[in-house]
Ligand binder design. Sequence first.
Ligand code: SAH
Length: 399
Amino acid sequence: MIPQVFLRRGKEESLLRRHPWIFSGAIDYIRAEEEAEIAEGALVDVYTRSGEFIARGHYQIGSIAVRVLSFEQEPIDDAWWRRKIAVAYDVRRTLSLTDDERTTCYRLVHGEGDGLPGLVVDVYGTTAVVQCHSVGMYRARQQVAAALREVYGDRLTAIYDKSSQTVPYNARLNAVDGYLWGSSDHETQAVAENGIRFLVNWEKGQKTGFFLDQRENRELVRRYAAGRTVLNTFCYTGGFSVYALAGGAREVCSVDSSERAVELAAENVRLNFGDDAPHTAVAADAVEYLKHIDDRYDLIILDPPAFAKHHKVLGNAMQGYKRLNARALSQIKSGGILFTFSCSQAVSKELFRTTVFSAAAIAGRKVRILHQLTQPADHPIDIYHPEGEYLKGLVLYVE
Ligand code: SAH
């Protein structure tokens, strides 16, 4: 029997609006035949207090207690997983991402945005990298792998599970990263994005190996780069730097606190332009580095990691964003372009914009907003789950 989760009276409202999360505080009691059935990651059915079925999903101990897989009482079997992966694939096919020599990497499954809360699947050439953020998805990873193989056929040669850092620590799953199917004999593989090549190492790299969510924003940097002196802070594998050089930047400097990231950025520049590109890579704290740049740069990119991982630390995080932006805005050359981002889910578009506004006021510069940026379409947002809009960016002209 599938365990039954009964909500407290009136707590079904957000679910009736198809929001895919149930918070632990909304639960009245759980009914199961045996205790073991309500293990973390188990499939549960959710009912109103008066006994009407509302949703079926993965149970987890924590603030989000149930992540909804379906609002129907349907079996979550192999055919179900295949259907979900097939729809996700069809969306990327519609976006012309599945068969494009110029872009061979993309996100296939973006959690709630694809109706699969807790699951991320990124595709790099013929390898799919699965990253589970919930216990339920981790327990279902073999079914996910089977569905991927069915949908892709021989266009996939390997499926790598990279969940050890993302499954909840408290669940003590002892997750170990490794291939669920197939293997890869290369340490790093070259992929293409908008015709530019990048080395990706999903086994050792951050996230699934590459930040796919900046694809379109990098393209915009390419458009603005001609003749400019560019500073790319928080560069990781140098995505923005390589595009800036492709767009004809006069000079590019990449900064990241991780030595390894800085090496990767330099390697990616070499892969596309050889040894003579006007590029320097510096391992340093970006916030410190920005103190000493004077007015050298007329295109600056700020793409920090999420300062606010959750709402509790929002205040400090906003101070961090403000300081960072104020520093860049006060030093950028006049006529300069600033690309500034926040990838914190807890920071809304409005809050981010207000913070950058405060930074501009501190710097005392005249600033115009040229573009308002977000995540690309292969990171879709479930309309009933607006929290899914996590990446925010502004392109500013600084007089
Ligand atoms: N812009 C990148 C992604 C950035 S991810 C891209 O397009 O791929 C954030 C990066 O910030 C990570 O590589 C991390 O190593 C780096 N980082 C974190 N704290 C930092 C700090 N204080 N100074 C410089 N880099 C930092």
